[in-house]
Design a protein around this ligand. Structure first.
Ligand code: PLP
Length: 368
């Protein structure tokens, strides 16, 4: 056994410690989440009759989050993350609509690449709306793209590249006027925006039909832990298939066998830290984001937008700079439109790490 563990240790030691990572929307889970995760390792929510306690816990988490995001009666489940939640939201919207075998959805150009997978999986057209000067979905372009075959509009609350938030209220107005489903992808922003005074992205906005939030990003839960929520039960039911040989007769999830670890780790964080504790974490990330923005501006790089969430991007020859920073051991992302380096200030990015990064950046910039 020792030998096997030693070998595993060897592979694990090759992984990059989060302390050099500014490119990821994941972070070290909270210790209580790790404990909870380990406790629930043997659970399988794909066969809920065998795990009634874990199933009850999942329902409890859904109820807490439904309330928190403005819809007490929201229904849904704990998914593997934003990709699965987005797939399920659009699949449900398509199943309820089902006017033809084609159909299209409108997403902003800033949408996560999971929507390209959705187009491929469902055989639907994914129309990309232009962005306005603030890199939010351009509302007139969204309206222009809607036609008789459009069954869903998507808004992003915390875009992957810039952390920007679409005008969900206006998208809701369009969706309600045209009688179309509105999905909000708050995979990243869901556990950021409510803590910085922004609540106009969730079920409080009337036209929002479904919401994806990821506790395994800013919720400090263990991977995998995403949540998909629907305002109306009929959408979740539209995902059901019959499961004759299991303890339940119908299943609405995408995966069959699925861990109860997400439910346990999310619940543990919510009970232990609570929303107040998570707010403190987010406010610290926002403080460091602002500090980093100012420090980097002072060495001559311009931010693409004023950070809205804990993401900041700087215009530069990003692909070259990313390569040079990597030689210094730093992981940042490079984005294309506009060309910029992207830093996500997750909870593992402390003030010291951010300042250390700025000194490496200063040194690196002198080479290009
Ligand atoms: N949606 C948004 C806005 C994201 O930023 C991401 C990932 O970064 C996803 C969806 C996909 O999430 P996951 O990688 O957990 O499937």
């Amino acid at each position: 056994m020792d030998e096997v563990l030693k070998e595993l240790e060897h592979y694990l030691s090759k992984d990059i410690p989060y302390s050099r990572v500014l490119s990821s929307m994941c972070t070290n889970p909270h210790p209580i989440a790790v404990k909870a995760h380990c406790m629930f390792l043997r659970t399988n929510l794909g066969d809920p009759g065998l795990f009634p306690g874990t199933f009850e816990l999942e329902k409890k988490v859904l109820s807490i989050l439904g309330n928190f995001f403005g819809c007490e009666s929201a229904v849904g489940y704990i998914s593997t993350g934003g990709t699965e939640s987005n797939i399920q939201a659009i699949r449900a919207a398509r199943n309820v609509w089902k006017k033809s075998n084609r159909g299209n959805i409108i997403v902003p150009e800033s949408a996560h690449f999971s929507f390209d997978k959705i187009g491929d999986l469902l055989g639907i057209e994914v129309r990309k709306a232009k962005l306005d000067e603030e890199y939010k979905a351009d509302l007139s372009d969204v309206e222009r793209l809607v036609d008789d075959e459009t069954f869903a509009i998507v808004g992003i609350a915390g875009t992957t590249e810039l952390g920007q938030v679409d005008d969900i209220k206006s998208l809701s107005k369009i969706a309600l006027e045209k009688g179309i489903f509105l999905h909000v992808d708050a995979a990243f922003g869901g556990f950021v925006l409510p803590f910085i005074g922004k609540k106009d992205f969730d079920f409080r906005v009337k036209g929002v039909s479904s919401l994806a939030v990821d506790p395994h990003k800013m919720g400090l839960a263990t991977i995998p832990a995403g949540v998909i929520m629907f305002r109306e039960e009929s959408y979740l039911s539209s995902l059901c298939v019959e499961t004759p040989y299991l303890t339940s007769s119908r299943q609405y999830t995408l995966t069959g066998t699925r861990p109860g670890t997400g439910a346990a780790s999310i619940y543990a964080v919510l009970k232990y830290l609570g929303f107040d504790g998570l707010k403190k974490v987010v406010l610290e990330c926002m403080r460091i984001t602002k500090m980093l923005k100012e420090e980097v501006e002072a060495i001559g790089l311009e931010p693409v937008i004023e950070p809205v969430t804990n993401v900041v991007c700087f215009k530069c020859k990003a692909f070259r700079l990313r390569e040079l920073l990597l030689r210094e051991g730093w992981f940042v992302s490079a984005i294309n439109r506009p060309e910029a380096i992207r830093c996500v200030i997750m909870p593992h990015v402390t003030e010291d790490i951010a300042l250390d990064f700025v000194s490496s950046l200063k040194k690196t910039l002198s080479f290009i």
